[in-house]
Write a protein that binds this ligand. Sequence first.
Ligand code: C5P
Length: 222
Amino acid sequence: RSNFIIAIDGFSSCGKSTVAKALAKKLNFVFVDSGAMYRAVTLFFLRHSINLRDQESVSDALKQIHIDFIPNTEQTQIFLNDEDVSLEIRRMEISNYVSEVSAIKEVRIAMVAQQQKLGQKRNIVMDGRDIGTTVFPDADLKIFMTANSEVRAERRYAELTAKGEEVTMEEVKANLEHRDRIDSTRAESPLRQADDAIILDNSDLNQEQQLAFVVEEYVKRK
Ligand code: C5P
């Protein structure tokens, strides 16, 4: 393999995408937000009232889903069957349901295959939960991000309210705890730190400091 793969994993709302995006921009790599793919699938399932326990409906639905990214613009856009769903997938309704959808084996098989394809030839930064463990176990650089839960909840609350979403701090906290619990305990590729991942705790770091940290790790390995 001649391309360089950077995997960024971690808990919900640790700022993975922010770091991943800044890093991709700096290195001129493609950035892929794998969580956005699971969110798009969730949106489709909700719209079509797919019963998550019905394997056949899930498999049929997955066949009808086509996801595209327009990367490397300021705001990466994500398309679900040619519809721009970039904003809709960030809503709380999706966040409340996405971990249940992401725990389904068929969903993971379909998404992981697409993610691996995206990383075949390009230099790529991908963020998610299982990128360093399952999607790209041979990634050239693996970062595992954490931050204390107060900081994470405050950041997510600020992000959602800035977009006009009416949520309370309690709802945001409950959602983060809920997702982390399901994501870490599911049978299929649970969220965990890869043995060879480097930890980045950004509770007390600003964006510049986080970027400097990951760039330094990249330079050591390139
Ligand atoms: O990254 P983000 O918080 O948008 O991801 C939303 C959800 O998608 C996560 O809570 C998790 O359930 C799921 N996800 C996953 N595997 C990934 C990325 C996201 O299961 N690689």
